[in-house]
Design a binder for this molecule. Sequence first.
Ligand code: FES
Length: 161
Amino acid sequence: MALEFSENAKKEIAAKIDQLPDRRSALIPALYIAEREFRYISPEVMEYLAAELGLPVSEVRGVATFYTMFNKEPVGKYHIQVCQNLTCSLLGAESLISYLEKKLGIACGQTTADGKYSISRVECLGSCGTAPVMQINDDYYENLTAEKIDEILAGLDKESS
Ligand code: FES
């Protein structure tokens, strides 16, 4: 199936190109828009953006692969990113990751069979004062405990049913 950005995403990318001093500067904002649209940056997305921005595909690929926060593989509707850095680890991140893996029946780097959840380990989310922390899509969840994870996932289940 051909890659199809929504009209809204196309307009947002065009607006970024207009706002910024050169097309190259619009690459990272365009990658964010594309990731929101497709949940990951596929080779087809890279080709599309290269054409839109007038850049070599290799440059788009170079930027997309350099920044680990851009997903290069499909992820679930809810992408759970758990901080594994020092403060979060000292406050129980490892046991929370194990708890999440067991609860969802997947390991980090995997997606549930229904395409709903993916779990990833990430480095510091910049919220060490409220560790342990995880990010689900664009939202932060802080001072985590297993009980809080249960509540958060129950809320997401309700939201998507
Ligand atoms: S170490 Fe986890 S947010 Fe900084």
